[in-house]
Design a protein around this ligand. Structure first.
Ligand code: NAD
Length: 977
């Protein structure tokens, strides 16, 4: 169905508007100064465009002219564009002949065209001149991301102050009917756009506190807006925030005091595939509640990021991939909103004259008066378009960012990228001068086949298991229910009385027994080894395809049981919801990935093709494998090592950690259910003595171990000791600990660094081999980052992991709790404690601690603590930071936050770790994507989840055969060679 009955009328109007608007260029496309000219150039050169925007993005963090010069050189050296002017500028800056203020002044000038300075008179001047056009406004507050409670409270205060200040100023403005009147009366002159994520330390739909805290802060804003007769518009951010934003918005307006006032609106994004559902639900809701609400319809500003995030997680892509599809959706939604004009005040946020003409014509057809809806545009982006729409008699509202100019740059970059991208109407109109007929034609829908082809993110063969998306209510409900069910089940279990049993308890409440397993005796171990030895030849001779199929079947079963497995893990080792789910996903990945890998390696290959001789290279299993696993990834690591041994044809003696025996039992169940023969994999539950016994056995060929450095080295020593009757040298795959460092450069994006450091350091209470435990800060960012980090950590809650309010749970047991407490004591002597949080008394909890001025050689900085303890170390410069980072016996993971291409390059070469992460968190390696394992005393194996891993479980053999018989060479051979 068409959205308007007269497409011709839409085109007529769009054409008229276009001809008026095209007479003048928007300032965005006017090359007035150096940066203006650079934007101009960048339109014709994609690599320059990227370099330019990245440069402007890093600029606010650069303190000196030399730094600005260095970055200019680094960014633009890669651009194959004749930018001689830039090169001279860069050299001049580095040499100090030109001072940084020149460049900064240019950028400030540029920023002022798009952002109003909040302090001083600039904001009021901009607003007054807008009203003269006449254009209304909505104010968007730009600045740093909110990462702590104190920042959230400060942000709320800033919103309140702005409301009051603007209300006072607006009292003096003369009324202007075009922008102040609507069919239902006067509309507020003051309109504030609010990002809900700025109102709490971390906007996370999994945490029920987010809703409570944000609602409380929003309530105060709405109350003040109602009192001052101002309007509040809630912005829509990334898709991960979408459901919760809608819930909070509606929830707040359902409160009695906001039944009618203030004027409140919500932004909705037409690029979302869900948008139609959202609009129809919102309209019905508003009708039911008899509550007028505004809706700002935009196309959406996070398009590229949404696609990247969804692909990285393996989630369905929430946005339309085709721009025309979004434009078409925009038109459908425009109509739906206008048809709901009894309760909806529609606002059309776009610079696209076709989209706007469509909305105007649709409004006329439906009978919505011209002041019954409005058009919104970004400040500084499209002045001639704005002027044209105003002259057409519409109400135009300008979305005006306000704040400090330099920190507001990241806002600016997003907008500039959006409005100068290939698909932007402004770029096509003013820079590319596309024919008007093309610009204003009805958006064509992509053909279904094209859409499907571009949308498929499937890898052939192996594909990572997607984590659960907990931003979806139905998933949160399902996991909560599963937790209850799993708990009911284990609480009904009876206490065993005869034989030796190992009880597994909940570290958050040690009185809660989550399960019991029978302990294996040394005699059991010997028997199991003999059984495995007898079965080995049969398993070895089972075709690789069959072994691989068994693993793939096991992966399927694990997938079916994933919710229960994650729930069991949460109770057994104290992992939070996301962490427990991620461990199950990783286990599924190992089963699938190694199955695929084995098929690659299974076929013998001919080394060279010669007449008269065959030379075959093939792999065989080693024999009996002891798998000795840790408790911190109780399913994934155990599964990974076991799957690798099994699929390569080895028989397995599997020993989970004594702290996580239940996850070991689950794995065995799954392998059995997948049809794995009993003797191919036997489970031996027990402690270190049992492990040691397996290691020493002369009948074991291979040991795959993951755990601490001490035990790893002990195992290596024992394994390489020859024993009576042993006819082979054992092979050891040994992954050990880490003392991982994250370097934060002077030019780093601190918003990102803070969030990722917290995730990396405190995820699962710091009990990951990959966890960040040393943060090395360069001098200029040291104080600022540390202060934000401490504040952000202070905002986290500690408690039982089944309650998703808690970001931190317990540590694994009393021994760990004591050891970590001892390190905190040591830290107090060696360094300065800047944060030590309290923790619940019951259960094995430890409050996170942060130390500053840590000596890089001190115990705190050198020893693996395996808990929520963070050492902050100051470095003079980047080279010094790298030297500190490398000064460790461990070399597992490492991270760099920097926006200097040269430093990133230097880090790639010189930061000596197994897994280096740049401008992201340093934990959570994904199978195949980030093969994982350390160097130095962190490990000797080839990387888990990588292409070389299985080779360690195999022995290569070469077989050469003479095929000549009395001078006769098989004819095939002669032809092929
Ligand atoms: P751990 O070394 O104490 O125990 C690991 C396993 O070894 C357990 O099953 C244990 O029973 C067994 N074991 C202990 N002593 C033994 C011995 N003498 N002979 C044979 N087996 C023995 O480690 P953990 O506390 O379970 O795990 C935490 C450690 O694991 C940390 O140091 C962490 O960094 C490391 N880890 C490393 C990786 C990696 O990929 N590099 C991954 C996870 C954990």
């Amino acid at each position: 169905m068409a959205n308007v009955s007269s497409e011709a009328e839409v085109q007529r109007l769009a054409r008229t508007l276009y001809h008026k608007a095209a007479k003048h260029k928007p300032s965005l496309f006017e090359a007035q100064d150096l940066l203006g000219r650079m934007i101009d150039w960048s339109l014709s050169d994609e690599s320059l465009r990227v370099a330019l925007f990245r440069f402007v993005d890093v600029l606010p963090s650069l303190a000196s002219s030399a730094e600005i010069g260095r970055h200019l050189e680094e960014y633009f050296a890669r651009v194959d564009h004749a930018l001689s002017g830039l090169a001279i500028l860069a050299q001049a800056l580095r040499a100090g002949t030109l001072v940084a203020p020149v460049v900064r002044r240019n950028v400030i000038k540029l920023a002022r065209r798009f952002i109003a300075e909040e302090s001083g008179d600039h904001l009021i001047t901009v607003l007054s001149s807008l009203r003269k056009e006449p254009a209304a406004f909505t104010l968007d507050v730009v600045g740093e991301a909110t990462v702590s409670e104190s920042e959230a409270a400060a942000m709320q205060q800033r919103y309140l102050d702005l409301l009051r200040r603007l209300a006072a100023v607006s009292a003096k403005w003369p009324a202007c009917s075009q922008i102040d009147d609507s069919p239902s009366g006067k509309i507020p002159q003051v309109n504030l756009s609010v990002k809900l994520s700025s109102l709490c330390a971390r906007f996370d739909s999994l945490d029920p506190n987010t809703e409570t805290v944000v609602r409380a802060r929003l309530r105060e804003l709405l109350r003040e807006a109602a009192r001052l007769d101002a309007a509040v518009t809630v912005d829509m951010e990334q898709y991960a925030f979408h459901d919760l934003t809608l819930t909070i918005f509606r929830g707040a307006l359902e409160e009695d005091e906001f039944r009618e006032r203030p004027f409140a609106a919500l932004a909705l994004q037409a690029y979302l595939k869900d948008a139609e559902k959202d609009v129809s639900e919102l309209v019905s809701w508003a009708r039911r509640r008899r509550r007028r609400v505004g809706v700002r319809l935009v196309k959406g500003a996070y398009w590229d990021s949404e696609i990247a995030w969804a692909k990285q997680k393996g989630w369905p892509i929430p946005v339309f991939l085709d721009k025309a599809e979004t434009d078409a959706s925009y038109e459908r939604l425009s109509r739906m909103l206008l048809e709901g004009h009894d309760v909806i005040d529609a606002a059309f946020g776009s610079h696209n004259l076709r989209s706007l003409a469509h909305a105007i014509v649709a409004a006329k057809e439906i009978g919505v008066p011209v002041n019954g809806y409005e058009v919104q545009m970004l400040y500084g982006m499209a002045e001639p378009v704005r002027q044209t729409i105003i002259e057409h008699g519409q109400r135009v509202r300008v979305y005006l960012p306000a704040g400090e100019l330099l920190p507001g740059i990241s806002y600016l970059i997003r907008r500039l990228m959006e409005n100068t991208s290939n698909t932007s109407f402004l770029r096509q109109t003013y820079a590319e001068k596309k024919a008007v007929d093309i610009l204003i034609r009805a958006p064509a829908r992509a053909k279904p086949a094209e859409q499907a082809a571009t949308e498929s993110s499937e890898l052939p063969g192996f594909r990572n298991e997607a984590p659960v998306d907990f931003s979806r209510e139905e998933n949160r409900a399902q996991f909560a229910e599963t937790l209850q069910r799993v708990r009911d089940e284990f609480s009904k279990q009876r206490r065993r009385i005869n034989g030796d049993w190992l009880e597994s308890f909940n570290p958050a409440d040690p009185s809660e027994i989550v399960g019991r397993v029978r302990l294996a005796t040394i005699a059991d171990a010997e028997q199991a080894i003999d059984k495995a030895a007898r079965f080995f030849s049969e398993w070895r001779d089972t075709p690789a395809l069959k072994r691989a199929e068994t693993l793939i079947k096991a992966a399927e079963i694990m997938r079916e049981r994933r919710w229960r497995l994650a729930a069991a893990e949460l109770f057994e080792v104290g992992k939070g919801w996301r962490e427990a789910d991620a461990d199950v996903c990783e286990a599924i990945d190992y089963l699938d990935y190694y199955a695929h890998e084995m098929l690659r390696l299974a076929e013998p290959r001919e080394t060279q093709q010669l007449p008269g001789e065959t030379n075959t290279y093939l792999y065989e299993p080693r024999g009996l494998a002891a798998i000795i696993a840790p408790w911190n990834f109780p399913l994934a690591i155990l599964t990974g090592m076991t799957a690798a041994a099994l699929v390569t044809g080895n028989c397995v003696l599997m020993k989970p950690a004594e702290q996580s025996p239940i996850m070991g039992s689950h794995l065995l169940d799954i392998l059995r259910a997948a049809g794995l023969p009993d003797d191919a994999c036997q489970l031996l539950q027990g402690s270190s003595e049992l492990g040691a016994r397996l290691v020493r056995s002369a009948k074991i060929h291979l040991i795959a171990f993951t755990g601490s450095r001490e035990v790893g080295l002990e195992i290596l020593r024992e394994a390489y000791t020859h024993r009576e009757g042993q006819q082979h040298v054992k092979r050891v795959v040994c992954e050990m600990g880490g003392k991982n460092a994250v370097i934060v450069d002077n030019d780093a994006d601190l918003d990102e660094a803070v969030v990722h450091i917290i995730d990396s350091a405190l995820g699962y209470q710091g009990q990951k081999c990959s966890a960040a435990s040393r943060v090395i800060l360069l001098e200029e960012v040291h104080e600022r980052l540390l202060a934000r980090l401490v504040d952000a950590v202070r905002s986290l809650k500690i408690g039982r992991p089944e309650d998703p309010r808690n970001a931190l749970g317990p540590v694994i047991d009393a021994v760990a709790q004591r050891r970590i407490a001892e390190y905190i004591q040591i830290g107090r002597k060696e360094a300065k404690c800047v944060l030590e949080m309290a923790a619940p008394k019951e259960g094995f909890f430890v409050g996170p601690a942060i130390f500053r001025d840590v000596d890089p050689r001190s115990r705190l900085a050198q020893e693996e603590i395996f808990g929520p303890v963070l050492s902050v170390i100051k470095a003079r410069d980047f080279a010094h930071a790298l030297a500190i980072a490398n000064d460790s016996q461990f070399a597992l993971t490492g991270g760099i936050f920097s926006r200097s291409p040269a430093h990133i390059e230097q880090g790639r070469k010189e930061f000596h770790v197994g897994n280096l992460y740049i401008n992201r968190g340093i934990t959570g390696a994904v199978v195949e994507r980030q093969p994982f394992g350390g160097l130095k005393l962190s490990g000797i194996g080839s990387k888990a989840g990588g292409p070389d891993y299985l080779l360690q479980f195999l022995e290569p053999r070469t077989i050469s055969e003479n095929t000549l018989r009395h001078g006769f060479v098989p004819p095939e051979r002669l032809k092929n060679s």
